[in-house]
Design a protein around this ligand. Structure first.
Ligand SMILES: Cc1cc2nc3c(=O)[nH]c(=O)nc-3n(C[C@H](O)[C@H](O)[C@H](O)COP(=O)(O)OP(=O)(O)OC[C@H]3O[C@@H](n4cnc5c(N)ncnc54)[C@H](O)[C@@H]3O)c2cc1C
Length: 382
């Protein structure tokens, strides 16, 4: 694989992180999926490696901002080792932590970022609702002003870490008549009166990353729990989701690369009609196409991460990276399963798990249709 011109320090960080992923996290991936609970052991190891603190201020326990290429390659390595661990930690330190890091008050950063980045707090990001996924503005959760705070009512669904989180950022309408300008962001804690966390949902993949609901029934939140100004929630969501899209692209590359590694190893060993499968041109070309797609996706994702770091926004490139990488990883896992025959379909090999996990990538953090819509808007100058 190319080195993406990492400097010596970054190359050393990546080598150490790759070793952790390969030697400790990947061997636990099957067990993590079977256990179906938040991967706490991996979370703790990711604190020590500096991964959890990536992108967060060192003053609050973060490990600073890595170069775009290093950040994408580290996310890719974790995604390849254990996609469930990637999603659970990404929802906590990324989707929950980043809006607090970027838009929170000093008191909010102190209270939430320190334990979060020390691996002592699990966070969640509550945007999606039972009737509002792609159409974020259709959200029904409200935060109605009440004295020195707000009353929250509504339900968030399909929220990563919802069943096990200690705190969550939650988007709610403070002005239902104002469309996107009427959305604000709040932090809620486990155990608050009127706030309940639903049980884990049964789902196809990412079984080691619990997903569930956050329910609010007249839940009182003080004004100090609002992140940033009233009406800024939608902008905060979109800013955060741009990181999320680049992250899902990196995760997708990791899943595809893990499938390709497994497939490559397998077809060199498995024989049919007197020769290794790798000697059949049809098999070799299929894997060559996946290898090419992975390089393309990686280059595009690193470019999006570079723009995000340099300009504060990656917009269309983030959508393109997420769209291409996520659809590519579904094709890649399916193709590897095919060239491995029955063994690809067996739980003895990791490809079945990788294919289950891959299927979320074109759905979560903005479905493919939404990415195409954003790309088209840019194309037509809308
Ligand atoms: C495992 C998992 C973890 C998740 N974690 C989180 C989380 O932590 N926090 C959170 O807030 N959400 C989370 N989600 C929710 C996820 O972000 C949504 O599922 C996603 O945004 C899609 O929304 P939806 O499922 O409501 O699909 P819908 O909005 O109902 O869309 C369904 C399909 O309709 C089509 N469609 C929709 N709109 C358009 C359009 N404008 N043009 C063309 N076609 C369209 C597309 O094909 C789309 O795939 C998670 C979901 C899963 C499965």
């Amino acid at each position: 694989m190319r080195d993406y011109r990492l400097n010596d320090d970054d190359a050393a960080v990546l080598a150490r992180f790759t070793k952790l992923c390969r030697d400790e996290i990947a061997p636990r991936a099957k067990e993590t999926e079977r256990a179906g609970v938040f991967p706490a052991q991996n979370y703790a190891r990711l604190v020590e490696s500096g991964y959890l603190g990536m992108g967060h201020d060192e003053a609050f326990g973060g490990s600073g901002v890595p170069s775009p290429a290093l950040s994408v390659l580290m996310q890719e390595r974790l995604g390849a080792a254990c996609a469930s661990t990637y999603l659970a930690t990404g929802a906590s330190c990324g989707l929950f932590g980043l809006p607090i890091s970027f838009f929170g008050s000093a008191a909010q950063k102190d209270r939430y970022l320190r334990p979060l980045l020390a691996g002592k707090l699990i966070g969640a990001f509550g945007l999606t609702e039972p009737h509002a996924g792609s159409d974020v503005q259709a959200m029904k959760t409200t935060a109605v002003k009440d004295g020195a705070g707000y009353r929250l009512n509504g339900e968030k669904l399909w929220i990563t870490n919802a069943p096990c989180c200690d705190a969550a950022v939650v988007f709610a309408k403070t002005d239902p008549s104002a469309n996107w300008q009427g959305v604000s962001l709040f932090i809620v804690d486990k155990g608050m009166k009127g706030f309940s966390q639903g049980p884990p949902l049964d789902k196809l993949g990412f079984r080691g990353s619990p997903t569930g609901s956050l329910v609010f029934q007249d839940c009182y939140v003080e004004e100090t729990r609002r992140v940033g100004d009233e009406g800024m929630g939608f902008i905060m969501a979109m800013q955060t989701l741009e990181y999320g899209r680049i992250g899902i692209a990196a995760l997708s590359i990791g899943i595809a690369a893990a499938a390709l590694d497994e497939g490559t190893r397998y077809v060199k060993e498995r024989t049919a009609f007197g020769k290794p499968l790798s000697k059949f041109q049809d098999v070799a070309f299929k894997l060559s196409d996946i290898a090419t797609d992975i390089e393309l996706a990686r280059t595009l994702t690193i470019r999006a991460a570079e723009d995000k770091q340099k300009d504060g926004e990656a917009r269309t490139l983030a959508s393109m990276a997420k769209l291409f990488a996520s659809e590519m990883c579904v094709r890649a896992t399916d193709t590897v399963m095919q060239v491995m025959g029955a063994n690809g379909y067996s739980e003895e090999f990791p490809v079945a798990r990788l294919a289950r996990d891959a299927r979320l990538c074109p759905i979560g953090e903005g479905a493919s249709a939404i990415q195409r819509m954003l790309i088209a808007r840019d194309l037509f100058g809308e």
